[in-house]
Design a protein around this ligand. Sequence first.
Ligand code: ZN
Length: 282
Amino acid sequence: MKVASFSHQNRDSYGVVNNDGIVDVGRELGAKYAGLRQVLEAGALDELAAAAAGKTADVGFDDVTHLPVIGDPAKIICIGLNYDDHRKEGGAQEVDNPTLFTRFANSQVGHGQPVIAPKVSDKVDYEAELAVIIGRRGRHIGEDEALDYVAGYACYNDVSIRDWQRHTTQFTPGKNFVGSGPFGPWMVTADEIPDPQKLGITLRLNGQEMQKANTDLMIFPVRTLINYISRFTELEPGDVISTGTPSGVGFARKPPVWMKAGDTVEVDIEGVGVLSNPVIDE
Ligand code: ZN
């Protein structure tokens, strides 16, 4: 099942994506569950599926304003340097543990919504990533049971403002600009992705392939990330883990490639979907 968050006629909603468009389940369940995070908190994905079953789409997929899959996650945890070729292209040392940083929810944008090239920098880079959306609360989650805690998967573009990322050793600012976190186009529920470590992942900039890899190249696979993170914090329904980007990012190219207004950037993950966003100036 594909589940999307969107806004239509000035009402935020969510629903199930089918071949015709989106079944607007939020119209029926919105009073009970304000958004997808609340659906996950209630363990109500089955109820959402039942509400959409056998129905035709209420609205065309391209006729809505798409919102980030989870607009208000309690946590967005991003993984740095989780593909060895990307670690090497940036000249970073090998590490024994995952490199973690966080994103604010207000940096996120939905499918089709603009990435904002900020006034204060022209070093706007892309990072194709597989996002994991947590479906169950847990701490000290074993690797062998970790995937049972996943509600689903989506595409994430961890857009990075490279100079602000490197002002100091702590790169929070460069990873949190407004309009820098495309997240979508929908969540594919975990039952459709039996193995998240076997997915082709590609990024295209203006139709040209810039990153191409497979999630089997992750240094720390999804189950290890869930185990590691849950040892220091409680993972909660709706939390997002963005699992890091493969090689081919703009800064490491010779000459470097920066995104600018007028560009279109796409993250394409096999079995998940294509997340496409235009770039505009602030
Ligand atoms: Zn990243």
